[in-house]
Write a protein that binds this ligand. Structure first.
Ligand code: SAH
Ligand code: MG
Length: 950
């Protein structure tokens, strides 16, 4: 065993972790201490009290009797632990691969474990396996108390781990596991094992009455029988999958019932697969282990399978289970669980089978997570995270690899200083926020950008390379996108999506010529190894025979332009034009149904529908025909769309009545009809519009408005309520003003750290150079909510609050107004917020070809909010009544203005602004109470020194 071949070593390496090796040697004498590491922020800014989220890092100390070792820093605790273990292994020269003594130990442990499983104690415990033990004690006759061996191996994790330790091949060979368990059981005198044509183990002596009694009580409580729907998957592909009913009464063992459906008398020879689909699922395949597999279980396992099986390999079942299944198999969702004493069971219908099959395709998990197998398609681009619906690409790719018994995909991320993005503001520089990777490159610098959170440019670029490897670590494919992303997660999603897209094309046509596969791969920055690819997916082509059909519709590289001339495509749009149409990048919300219809139109079968289904236009997140139809519709309109059938698997994964769906599909004159209503269109994000439609961008115009006002005043103190990333405070530093003290408040720590860094770098320059902001003596950033009082906000010359109130609920906005004007009482307060009435213009400009928006319903529907985070957007009327009300209550005057557009032309400014001034006859209230501090200082700068106080 110690001299097993390289392949075994390989397998060993992947199954035993460094921690496991340490555990084998030291057991509980090894202890791990994990600590969070607070990396000092080198290029951030001194004085910043927020621990920098270069995501929280961990370090692990491993204490062993002979030494103690400290790992490097990692993002995940478990990685730090493994690294420490790995270091210890190297230092101490432990050879995990010379494992003969471990094999011996594992063998002994296996015996101990089996002895425990047949103990009184285990029977009384709640364990998925003890349910089986109890059930066998309800059997009558010879098989009383006989537990099938395969069950022991499948439902006890410890047993299966020990078997893998004895021989890694046990992972993929259930017969090997069974033979190990039998061998171990045979050494226990208290047990009886059967091997002749049957495979079970039972106790020599019966369980004592005090153990049995509670079981009988339990049983009488759960008396009654259940009927569970399951499927019989014949081994021949020509035979249909048939529904079967498992009739399980409280006095029968469910495995016996399954065995009978497979033509056996009892469960002794039934093999149970691993769970299918999600790891937590109880859906498994049950099949018959043939005698010849067990006769000499320890004989040459690498040798040829006995001939009798060659004809009866069950391709469908094997594919589902990811292991070899012979003969007919039952697919059922039934079993004992950790959670409940009772037998868990769920019906498995033909639809469930097809959903499992679809789940194994590269786009399946996406379609299923969207609850739309027919209409939804895996998008071809990962634009922005907030527009993505359904499972994320990385997760889908990991699922795919797991489903196909491949290694977990390997992601390699590289970071490099980004080249300056479009420079919006001239000379300002921004410092990098987090520094996390091996790349020790120079501090990256970038042009600053103003605006809401979503658009603040982070400064460095990331690239991600993905590798997909077989279980034996053969490289199947590698994707190295040339494009980079500003966010680490985006580049991972992006690369994962490319891999999925390519695999998806392959799954749609397994006979695609190599040339074509290559050119698709090139376009997606993918390189693949054909022989490894074909080897790993050799089964799949039998499973998805009908996929080619949809390729015609799906595989064009550009967004398909449906035209009337397409013979297989019919579209009829109904209802009045509202003028509100989706454009690329916007989110369309539709209500749809998809029906199978006979040519004549009188037979219809609904297969899928959704009341609200939202998707990003231009990303091909839905069937291309549907997307093209929606692009021609306006809000409120409905469309009828007739297209060719998608693949049979997809239809059967959606249809509730499989039999009826099948008969319609097979009639050959059947097509698919979509009925679609366009409910709503959400424009691309506020900022994108603001940038596209205003020059300079609206956010910049707002800041400039405030700066102009401040320059003209003789204010020496300023507080920016809801300062965000500090766009206003930063701009102020570019001009000579009379300001001495500036303050910002926000409750987003992320934005505040950005603000701190920007201000820090600018203010430090004020020390040596002749820069405009040299007059500033102190700057402070607070973490706090502007609807909460803090005495340090009182008595400023100017308060600003730009595009903040609409991010709160309306009553909070009023609360803020009252608090500021009654308690903080700045001499001047500037408040800006979007003008709701202007949204019509934003939308129209986006779609220049639209006709005038009609009055009434259409109008109101056209005015959505500009940003997903907005809680409201006010008309001029609403804003002015809010502001006038406040002003009169607190003795301020108010005047209105704005930026973007003009006051004289309908519908007014794009951003409306209220300018409050404290009336001279009511002076600032002098507060002499105790100072009240509800805000936390996040960063402060005072005349060149940053002071820290924890
Ligand atoms: N004034 C900035 C940011 C506007 S975005 C600019 O013009 O660029 C809105 C900001 O309001 C966000 O940073 C958000 O964190 C902040 N905000 C929302 N509710 C808040 C509250 N109750 N207290 C403090 N800040 C708040
Ligand atoms: Mg806003």
């Amino acid at each position: 065993m110690g001299t097993s071949g390289a392949a075994a070593l390989e397998a060993k390496k992947t199954t035993i972790t460094p921690k496991a090796v340490i555990y084998q040697k030291y057991g509980s004498r090894a202890s791990y201490e994990v600590e969070e590491v607070h990396e000092s922020v080198q290029n951030g800014c001194p004085g910043l009290y927020i621990p920098q989220k270069g995501p929280c890092l961990y370090q692990c100390r491993l204490n062993l009797p002979e030494l103690s070792i400290l790992s490097g820093t990692f993002k995940k605790k478990k990685d730090a632990e493994q690294a420490a273990a790995e270091m210890a292994i190297q230092k101490l020269g432990i050879h995990p691969l010379v494992h003969s003594p471990n094999v011996h130990d594992a063998g002994e442990e296996l015996v101990t474990r089996i002895a425990y499983l047949f103990s009184n104690e285990f029977l009384a415990s709640q364990h998925p396996l003890s349910g089986h033990f109890k059930a066998t004690l309800r059997r009558e006759g010879d098989l009383y108390g006989c537990v099938p061996v395969s069950v022991i191996a499948v439902y006890d994790g410890k047993i299966s781990n020990l078997c893998k330790l004895i021989d890694p091949k046990a992972e993929s060979n259930p017969c090997l596991v069974i033979s190990f368990v039998l061998q171990a059981a045979a050494t226990l005198p208290t047990l009886i094992t059967a091997t002749e044509g049957q495979l079970w183990i039972r106790r020599e002596n019966p369980y004592p009455p005090e153990v049995m009694e509670p079981l009988l009580v339990e049983q009488s409580c759960t008396l009654g029988s259940v009927c569970v729907q399951a499927l019989l998957i014949p081994s021949s592909l020509h035979e249909d999958i048939k529904p079967v009913t498992l009739d399980v009464s409280s006095s029968t063992y469910y495995l016996d019932v399954i065995a009978q459906k497979l033509g056996l008398l009892d469960a002794s020879k039934i093999l149970v697969s691993r769970p299918i689909g999600k790891a937590s699922s109880e859906t498994r395949l049950y099949f018959v282990g043939s005698d010849s597999l067990f006769v000499e279980p320890s004989s040459d396992l690498n040798g040829k399978k006995p001939d009798i099986f060659e004809g009866s390999m069950n391709a469908r079942a094997s594919y589902l289970a990811g292991q070899e299944v012979y003969g007919g198999a039952i697919l059922a969702s039934i079993g004992y669980t950790w959670k409940s004493k009772d037998l868990f069971h769920e019906d498995v219908f033909l639809k469930s089978y097809y959903r499992m099959l679809i789940y194994k395709t590269p786009s399946g998990p996406y379609k299923l997570s969207r609850e739309s197998t027919i209409a939804a398609e895996l998008p071809v681009v990962f634009t922005i995270k907030s527009n993505w619906r359904g499972s994320f690409p990385r997760e889908i790719l990991c699922t795919f690899c797991r489903q196909h018994r491949l290694s977990e995909p390997v992601f390699n991320i590289s970071r490099y200083p980004g080249k300056a993005l479009s420079d919006l503001s001239g000379s300002q520089k921004k410092l990098k926020v987090t520094e996390l990777t091996e790349d020790p490159g120079p501090t990256s610098e970038n042009a600053a950008n103003h605006g809401d959170d979503e658009t603040v440019e982070s400064v460095s670029n990331f690239r991600c390379e993905v590798k997909v490897l077989s279980k034996l670590q053969d490289l199947i494919l590698q994707c190295s996108p040339k494009d980079s992303c500003r966010k680490e997660t985006d580049c991972i999603q992006n690369a994962s999506l490319k891999v999925l897209s390519w695999l998806s094309s392959y799954f749609q046509d397994f006979n695609m010529p190599l040339e074509e596969l290559n050119s698709l791969a090139d376009a997606l920055d993918i390189k693949f190894n054909p022989s490894h690819l074909f080897k790993e997916f050799k089964f799949c082509s039998t499973m998805y025979p009908n996929q080619q059909r949809i390729i015609k519709a799906n595989n064009c590289v550009d967004v398909p332009q449906a035209t009337g001339e397409h013979e297989n495509y019919l579209l009829r749009v109904e209802g009045p034009e509202s003028g509100i149409c989706p454009s690329n990048g916007s989110l369309a919300c539709i209500c749809y149904s998809a029906c199978l219809v006979m040519e004549a139109g009188h037979t219809k079968e609904l297969i899928e529908s959704a009341h609200e289904f939202e998707f990003e236009m231009g990303a091909r997140a839905v069937n291309p025909h549907v997307e093209t139809a929606v692009a021609q519709m306006s809000v409120g309109q409905s469309a009828f769309l007739l297209v060719d059938l998608p693949s049979q698997e997809l239809i059967l994964a959606a249809a509730n009545d499989s039999a009826r769906a099948l008969s319609l599909i097979n009639s050959n004159i059947c097509r698919l009809e979509y009925c679609i209503t366009l409910l709503k269109v959400t424009e691309p994000l506020e900022d994108r519009m603001e940038q596209a439609l205003f020059s300079p961008p609206l956010s910049k115009q707002r800041v400039e408005y405030a700066v102009e006002h401040i320059k003209k005043s003789d204010a020496t103190t300023l507080v920016d309520f809801g300062c965000g990333s500090g766009s206003l405070l930063e701009s102020l530093l570019d001009y000579p003003t009379s300001l001495r003290k500036i303050v910002g408040v926000d409750l987003s720590l992320k934005s505040l750290s950005r603000a701190a860094k920007v201000l820090h770098s600018k203010l430090s320059k004020s020390l040596d150079g002749d820069v405009p902001c040299r007059g500033i003596q102190s700057a402070t950033l607070y973490d706090g909510s502007i609807i909460v009082f803090d005495s340090r906000m009182c008595g400023f010359d100017i308060g600003t609050c730009l595009e903040v109130i609409e991010h709160m609920e309306e009553d909070q906005a009023s609360l803020f107004g009252d608090l500021v004007l009654s308690s903080f009482r700045p001499s001047v307060l500037i408040v800006s917020t979007p003008n709701y009435e202007y949204n019509v213009i934003l939308q129209k400009s986006d779609l220049p070809s639209q006709e005038e928006v009609p009055e009434g319903k259409g109008q109101s529907e056209s005015c959505r909010f500009r940003n997903h985070d907005h809680k409201f957007e006010w008309t001029r009327e609403q804003f002015s009544s809010w502001a006038r009300n406040l002003a009169s209550r607190h003795d301020y005057s108010v005047e209105f203005s704005g930026v973007g557009g003009s006051a004289d032309r309908e519908p007014g400014f794009a951003s409306q602004i209220a300018l409050f001034r404290r009336l001279p006859w009511r002076d600032e209230c002098v507060r002499d109470e105790e100072p009240v501090h509800h805000y936390n200082i996040i960063w402060e700068w005072s005349n060149g020194k940053t002071s820290k106080s924890d």
